[in-house]
Design a protein around this ligand. Structure first.
Ligand code: CMX
Length: 134
């Protein structure tokens, strides 16, 4: 089941500068940062109500966020839906013919289990499924 928007991922080229902007000008509070080796990103989370903004800086120009910024520049990178059972949701979407990037969940920031759907089959929007305890 889909539960809520877990977060909106925003690709940035300078995490420190973007964190300063979101903290000092936008007025949000950072709840933590993490390097996610598997995704080649350094992230910072800013809770907004029940959801979060996730700022993503690439740690490698060949990583997904590095390539995205190279091609499209900074901006909204993905939309993450919180699901209660990611294995079941992946199975359902596969049966419905949605193109999956990940057929099995991978590690995501904060210990989440995540999987991406391919933007080619979701109207040009990169969608992440995210299962986590809280
Ligand atoms: N949103 C929408 N479209 C995107 C996109 C994004 N974030 N990233 C790439 N695309 C588009 C490209 O523009 C391209 O479109 P066109 O063919 O029309 O030009 C198409 O997807 C395929 O792109 P590509 O260059 O052939 O493939 P890439 O090597 O750039 O890979 C993708 C694209 C989505 C498969 C890859 O980025 C991926 O596997 N992403 C999932 C993992 C990820 O994004 N991790 C970072 C976040 C981690 C986290 O949140 O912790």
């Amino acid at each position: 089941m889909f539960e809520k928007i877990d977060h909106v991922g925003i690709a940035v080229s300078d995490l420190e500068a973007a964190m300063k902007l979101y903290r000092d000008q936008v007025g949000l509070e950072c709840s933590g940062t993490e390097i996610v080796e598997e995704q080649k990103v350094k992230v910072a989370f800013f809770p907004v109500g029940q959801s979060k903004v996730e700022l993503l800086e690439s740690t490698d120009p060949d990583g997904p966020v590095g390539k995205f910024i190279e091609k499209k520049g900074e901006g909204i990178h993905h939309l993450s839906f919180r699901v209660s059972n990611i294995d079941e949701k992946i199975k359902q979407l596969k049966e419905q013919g949605v193109a999956l990037i990940d057929e099995k969940p991978r590690y995501g920031a904060g210990g989440a289990r995540i999987a991406f759907l391919h933007p080619k089959s979701t109207g040009g929007v990169l969608i992440e499924l995210c299962e986590r305890d809280q």
